[in-house]
Design a protein around this ligand. Sequence first.
Ligand code: ADP
Ligand code: ADP
Ligand code: ZN
Length: 221
Amino acid sequence: MGTVIVLLGPPGSGKGTQAKRLVEELGIPHVSSGDLFRHHLSEGTELGKRAKSYMEKGELVPDDVTVDMVIDRISRPDCEEGVILDGFPRTLTQAEALDEELEERGQSITIAPLIQVSDDEVMRRLTARRVCEDCGAVYNLIFNPPEEEGVCDVCGGDLYQREDDNPETVRHRLYTYYKETSPLIGYYFARDLLVRIDGEQTVEEVHQDLQEAIKAAKEQG
Ligand code: ADP
Ligand code: ADP
Ligand code: ZN
């Protein structure tokens, strides 16, 4: 029942880029915990204030806050047919909370694709990432520049650089990934949900590999 996709991979591996492309094809929403946190931050909510210092440092926001926020989001009616999760879960505690929640609803994870890229590539990509402040479209100054500098192709909005996309914070985010998130690779491998995807191909090639893996997982499940 439903399709639940858990996109795994280091920061900058292309999870958001790929999730946005899958939305149209699969007809299920993209839920990014990072986007949810940034929304709270810009709205100045209590949750945003709690998350701020962690995000600035490239550390994980505590599990209880994160789990409540994401479960709340995926409990909305638009996620009944499934969801593409991006950036969540990021710890074993979060992964267990997700499993519990899905079980209560009679759902389960369809596939956990791991988008693999090297540390050097992460660094190159993230320091050149730019995001539209209006529609959230993601660009890259090297690999996928906007037609007009600083302007979104989709909506004409201004592009900005995320504060955490500086070399020092990217390095710390990678460290956090290896330390806290990489154990999830074993967690999903043991459940036969892990599929490794070569993330250093073009956006289109990665997309095609993902599509095939998802199709195979749906047929199996
Ligand atoms: P994540 O959500 O995993 O942090 P993003 O989707 O935001 O990753 O991508 C990080 C940066 O890398 C963005 O600037 C994006 O445009 C760029 N990017 C994404 N996929 C590719 C790819 N296959 N090749 C080159 N650059 C890419
Ligand atoms: P990226 O796209 O580069 O992978 P995200 O946008 O997913 O980064 O996350 C930005 C920041 O938001 C993280 O560095 C972390 O502070 C916080 N965050 C996002 N998702 C989670 C999560 N599942 N658990 C804890 N913190 C999170
Ligand atoms: Zn835009």
